[in-house]
Design a protein around this ligand. Sequence first.
Ligand code: CA
Length: 219
Amino acid sequence: MRLLLVEDDAMIGEQLLELLRADGYAVDWVRDGEMADAALQSQTYDLVLLDLGLPKRDGMQVLQGLRARKQTMPVLIATARDALQQRVAGLDAGADDYVLKPFELDELLARIRALLRRAAGRAEPVYEHMGVTIHPATREVTAHGQPVTLSAREWAVLEPLIARPGMVLSRQQLEEKLYGWKDEISSNAVEVYIHGLRKKLGAELIQNVRGVGYRVPKE
Ligand code: CA
């Protein structure tokens, strides 16, 4: 999954970047509202983590702008503990949830998972599909009852596919889930991770749709 992190504080931004990447997300980090607008108009993101107090253009304007453009991805706003009015205004302007600063990191990650789950049209926290069971919160995976260990990158490829069985994602769309702007991409990376996933989880779980991309078939 690819996230846009909008945060002007360097220390907080670096901490969040490290946390989110360690959790397997591809993350682009911008530090002001104009950069956020530019990023949102040039890339597709699965979720935006948005600070409200920003240079150049405040977070509320960024939020109003993206909703006015009919961008529907979940937006999680970050506000100070005492800023009740700001949180209310943010939710009413189209944010989906908020987190309080300073962050409780485990709670932040759980709220992100919950929003991504809802955005994929699911309420249940566990994926079960074709004998494979996946717990996004703990990263526990079993295939036909046997525990399986996935790398962070294999996870990043599998999750968007298994979240929406039947939907085809192109190689480029999967690359966008894997890499931020500054990462180097090897041309066959997606194929390599798909190969690894098929070996671990069974060849039938991920189908190649010739010339289009990959999908997890509907059961
Ligand atoms: Ca700020």
